[in-house]
Design a binder for this molecule. Sequence first.
Ligand code: SIN
Length: 316
Amino acid sequence: MKEIIMTTMTASIAGFTFEDILLNAAGVYCQTTEELDQILTAPGAGSLVTKSATPAERAGNPGVRYADMPLGSINSMGLPNLSLDYYLDYAIAHQDEKPLFLSIAGLTKADNLQMLHEIQDSDFNGLVELNLSCPNVPGKPQTGYDFDTTRQILEETFAFFKKPLGVKLPPYFDIAHFDMIAAVLNDFPLAFVNTINSIGNGLMVDPETDTAMIAPKGGFGGLGGAIAKPTALANVRGLRQRLNAGIKVIGTGGVQNGRDVYDLVLCGADLVSVGTTLHQEGPEVFNRLKAELAEQMKLKGYDDVNQFRSALQTLN
Ligand code: SIN
């Protein structure tokens, strides 16, 4: 008779229990209610995050704005979304089915505060992701690289916002910057950070045509997929080492297989979100990744993700 090993892959953030640790990365399979329904019901997905919303519907950047490339993808979507009200209605309607993340990305501080007020006054009782890291809106730098402005937004937010809130961060590339962003974030009652957003403003050439692969911003766009994995691991690890224990970490970047999920957990991720590979493969990816993660865990003798979360060893 085949041995059945029960594998526990759960996490908790702000009192919410996630029965699986995988979800979509904001931007992928989460723009319409039809896409969101697919993630909500996908075997292996423990949650979902809605497309980062602005107060009003946005078309996003024009032209070819996503391309697969060797080792991943490049995109400059420019926050196409159907408005906060659209995603708030969806999240309220489905919040009793799974713990959900509602993501917002105002183009100004005033937009963010206005949306947070609306969420605070609404019946939504899930988790809110404040996206401080979209690299693709022309003329709008990523707020997460401006430590003073990040502090200012969080100060003004927590003066009135009482629901569980986290921030989506850009990748950091300098140890001093890990220290600086952690010093800001640790001063606030954040429920989580989501790290990393795409690696901003890469450029990729189509060798057939000698053109940039995407149209907006002269071809500059965010890199995701396999190419992002070492940067994602470093940011998950670097922030987990510095953030207060109460701030949970969602690891995003470079997940193609179960080992990639395992590595993000090993570096400190509570949940793991999937972007480029979900875009390429569809929502069936979650069950595959879950099975592959279970296989990795079995190889290492683990039956619970808590047994190896944050347990990365380093070489002497
Ligand atoms: C986009 O819509 O351009 C991507 C969103 C993001 O990177 O936060």
